[in-house]
Write a protein that binds this ligand. Structure first.
Ligand code: TXA
Ligand code: MG
Length: 361
């Protein structure tokens, strides 16, 4: 299959030819085809959410297990009623506060949503993105676009169109390049079918913000613990994901201990013939002696770290790094979202070096 690439500016104003191109992209989705497009979180791989055959194509293009449900994207609040059984007051409150934006709600599905889209579940994930290109495309596609992140299953989510081209070229009908995304981590997922509501995936809309609107909110314990032995409730969270090809470990502890530990490990890896890489921050960048040292930004700028994380993970693949060590980024309001993605990328390998190092590691 030949994949068409179109480039769209990011402003609210759309040029006539851009509008026309998005209209055509919408026709492709309506006709059962697949189009990748930018959202404010990550690039999505869109198909008609009400067409089971389209959802099957999405799973095939990503190489994704078909028990891992898709998020249905809408562009108008009034379109929600058709795909859910009922709209609880909590959903209305959340929509008023955070839509359009990086929040996904889980609700009981209506009959109109095929089981292919929900991975066999009786619930459906709904999100109204804020990205102007996404909103136009959804409207032109008939209003309901199923869209997982537009990466091949298991790879980091795409934050620029080049990542989508890397993973999806030849597998889908069209890629809409709208430049770099704003947030860089996938939406927060909150399950409203349980009481109290539960966060199944942390994101830009934090637990604190949700509590401000809903009062009580819990976070699925399984997603943040290093090894809880419990399966996370969002099916997608159980897979190793966002993964670079090299082996990644997160190293936590006092700054000096962490850099010392990593440098010793790098030395041992070099002796064993491995190519090494580091994920670090501007503040500590100069302290490492690995083959490839990647900076995700300043420790003070969490939003920058969130935006750069997937980009950096992909760069290690390009440089064919075998062993990667990352500092932990657990502080701050986005800390749990960033650490959740990093833990998954690392297959939950985490090293704690709280104490002065002994002679052997
Ligand atoms: O920011 C985002 O949400 C991006 C952009 C494209 O909108 N989309 C995204 O989709 O991250 P995806 O498919 O990569 O991740 C969806 C997650 C998966 O972990 C899936 O298991 C979970 O949402 N999910 C979807 N429907 C669900 C449901 N009914 N119950 C529980 N989890 C669900
Ligand atoms: Mg994904």
């Amino acid at each position: 299959m030949e994949t068409e690439l179109i480039r769209i500016g990011q402003g609210e104003e759309c040029l006539a030819w851009e509008e026309e191109a998005l209209r055509r992209a919408g026709e492709i989705i309506k006709g059962g085809g697949l189009v990748a497009f930018p959202t404010e979180t990550v690039y999505g791989l869109g198909g008609d959410a009400l067409n089971g055959e389209s959802s099957r194509k999405i799973y095939a293009a990503k190489g994704r297990p078909s028990d891992n449900p898709l998020i249905v994207h809408i562009s108008r609040l009034e379109d929600m009623g058709r795909i859910v059984e009922r709209i609880p007051g909590e959903a209305v409150k959340l929509a008023e506060s955070f839509w359009p934006g990086p929040l996904t709600m889980i609700l009981p599905k209506s009959r109109e949503v095929p089981y292919e889209t929900t991975g066999g579940l009786d619930t459906v994930a709904v999100r109204m993105p804020s990205h102007p290109v996404a909103r136009r495309l959804i409207a032109y596609s008939g209003g309901y676009v199923a869209a997982p992140s537009a990466n091949a299953s298991g790879r980091p989510s795409p934050t620029i169109a080049a990542h989508v081209i890397e993973d999806m070229s030849g597998r889908i009908d069209m890629i809409v390049d709208g430049g770099e995304v704003g947030i860089g981590l996938e939406s927060t997922i909150v399950d409203l079918t349980v009481s109290p509501p539960q966060i199944l995936r942390p994101g830009y809309i934090t637990e604190e913000l949700l509590k401000g609107v809903l009062g009580q909110v819990e976070t699925d314990r399984a997603i943040l613990q290093t090894d809880s032995g419990q399966a996370p409730r969002a099916p997608g969270m159980k897979y190793r994901h966002y993964a670079p090809r090299g082996e990644l470990a997160i190293v936590e502890g006092g700054r000096e201990q962490v850099t010392a530990w990593i440098n010793r490990q790098v030395q041992a890896d070099h002796a064993a013939g491995w190519k090494t890489g580091i994920i670090t921050t501007r503040e500590q960048q100069g302290l490492y002696r690995a083959d490839v040292v990647k900076c995700v930004g300043s420790r003070q700028d969490e939003e920058g770290i969130a935006r750069n994380l997937y980009l950096v993970l992909r760069e290690f693949d390009q440089e064919k790094v075998d062993r990667i060590y990352s500092e932990g980024f657990g502080d701050g309001k986005l800390g749990s979202a960033i650490m959740n993605r990093l833990l998954k990328a690392a297959g939950h390998r985490i090293v704690s070096v709280q104490y002065p190092i002994k002679s052997e590691i």
